[in-house]
Write a protein that binds this ligand. Structure first.
Ligand code: ACO
Length: 428
């Protein structure tokens, strides 16, 4: 294979180096394009063909439905590792030894006490505030409460900021929920594991003893492992872009939370349940909604369907679909939305519109059904996703800083007015 990518423009040939990744992905390095051509840029809205970085964290093959972190299959990680083990792997590159894991967990636990004054900020929000907005704001506020962690000059500084946010983020998420739910805020209990602690903080009420349901805990741990990283998606690219200006880890993650909130990204898990409920309330006519999704004059899209990279199947969706039945029957829950979801999937997959466009259920299609069975309120679904995605955002931010990547700053093609003379208001 040629190791040069070339193109001709205005009778001149330009050559660019080709780089091949460890999984044989190919990229053309156009760093010198603008300089050598005298100003030509590439145009790629939505970055459908543009690589923004080299990364060693996650490999995914959208055609084959493969997802691996640091070389390990997602199917193995969800079944065999704990949430924090996978987080360590993603952030630091290797599965931890017993000693490394014990230190990592202990260092996170040292950081689970959130400054009491943060509650003043929380008090300022209306109860109806969406928990994602609250979480994004509180995460950004960490910068004010811990200015000593904002300027990272060494790996040690980086480690301290990482364990700080891993410790505080689930507390902030639980507080965002308690605010929304009108319940008192809980503190972390460091005798519990990471996910169990998060569930306890969300659900414990002062009047009753809290007991974790092992089925809920196991399902939640698996679900959140599945969400940990997904290479350069919208929120992760946001974290890297914000972080590329050397904004703090906290500010970068806060931006990631905001990006994840949108219904075309992580917010789809909430949108899926709302869509399924709408279908049921409308009489359950699945075909009607399939037709709406196909109608180019109707803005309706089948939420939980389609993916920028997966064009065959989303391996995470397969794992989740398998768990959905098991979790519901284990908990003795019957959810009519699961039936509608399965019917909708069946109809969509046999419809040429979806087949031609390679639209398949994504990770969010079934996750909401499990969250609901686990007792998570709908407006907290995307917050759960954010807790799951936190290690991935951290790993990507760390990699970007360690590689000394330049500040992210895309170009544009200007299509506005050319130079014109200013007229005073009396002449306009
Ligand atoms: N329902 C109906 N049609 C769809 C859907 C859908 N869910 N998704 C894509 N299409 C159609 C588009 O209308 C377009 O059709 P056209 O070629 O006739 O114009 C074609 O499929 C390609 O769609 P694009 O929007 O160009 O694909 P893109 O890669 O930009 O978007 C996205 C991917 C945002 C995920 C899209 O499929 C979507 O909106 N899905 C619904 C929201 C969703 O589930 N998001 C979660 C994604 S997973 C995650 O972020 C964790």
């Amino acid at each position: 294979m040629s190791e040069i990518g070339a193109f001709e423009f205005q009778g001149k040939r330009y050559e660019f180096p080709v780089e091949i990744g460890t999984e044989n992905e190919i990229s053309i390095d156009i760093k010198k394009l603008r300089g050598t051509t005298g100003g030509v840029i590439t145009m790629d809205p939505g970055f459908k063909n543009t690589g923004s970085c080299k990364s060693e964290i996650t490999f995914l093959d959208g055609e084959k439905g493969i997802l691996r972190h640091r070389g390990y299959a997602i199917e193995d990680l969800t079944k065999k590792a704990s949430f924090l083990e996978v987080a360590y792997l993603i952030i630091f590159g290797e599965l931890p030894t017993k000693e490394q894991f014990a230190k990592f967990e202990a260092d996170i636990k040292k950081n689970t006490l959130v400054n009491e004054e943060m509650k003043n900020i929380l008090d300022g929000f209306p109860r109806s505030a969406h928990p994602m907005g609250v979480l994004s704001s509180l995460t950004s506020a960490l910068t004010a409460f811990h200015p000593e962690y904002t300027d990272v000059q060494s790996e040690e500084d980086m480690y301290n900021a990482i364990t700080k946010i891993l410790g505080e983020f689930p507390v902030l998420a639980a507080w965002a929920h308690s605010k929304n739910d009108g319940k008192p805020m809980n503190y972390a209990d460091n005798s519990l594991g990471y996910i169990e602690n998060m569930l306890m903080m969300m659900y414990k009420v002062p009047t009753e003893k809290y007991k974790t349901n092992p089925v809920v805990l196991k399902a939640m741990e698996e679900l959140l492992i599945l969400h940990q990283d997904h290479e350069q998606n919208c929120s992760t690219s946001t974290v890297r872009l914000v972080g590329s200006s050397h904004a703090s880890l906290f500010a970068s993650i806060s931006a990631g939370v905001s990006a994840l909130w949108g219904p075309l990204h992580g917010g789809a898990n909430q949108a899926v349940i709302e869509m399924l409920e709408e279908i049921i309330a409308d009489g359950g006519d699945v075909d009607k909604f399939i037709n709406k999704a196909k109608d180019k004059n109707d803005p309706f899209r089948l939420m939980g369907f389609g993916h920028r990279v997966y064009k065959n199947f989303d391996p995470r969706a397969l794992i989740i679909k398998g768990s959905a039945d098991a979790v519901l029957s284990n908990l003795g829950v019957t959810d009519p939305t699961l039936k509608v979801a399965k019917h909708l999937e069946e109809v969509a997959l046999s419809d040429p519109y979806f087949a031609e466009r390679k639209l398949f259920p994504n990770v969010d299609f079934y996750s909401g059904i499990i969250y609901r069975a686990l007792g998570i309120p709908v407006e907290m679904f995307t917050v759960m996703f954010a807790i799951g995605r936190l290690p991935g955002w951290i790993a990507q931010w760390k990699e970007m800083r360690m590689n000394n990547e330049p500040i992210g700053r895309p170009r544009q093609l200007y299509m506005g007015e050319i130079k014109r003379d200013f007229k005073n208001v009396s002449e306009r």
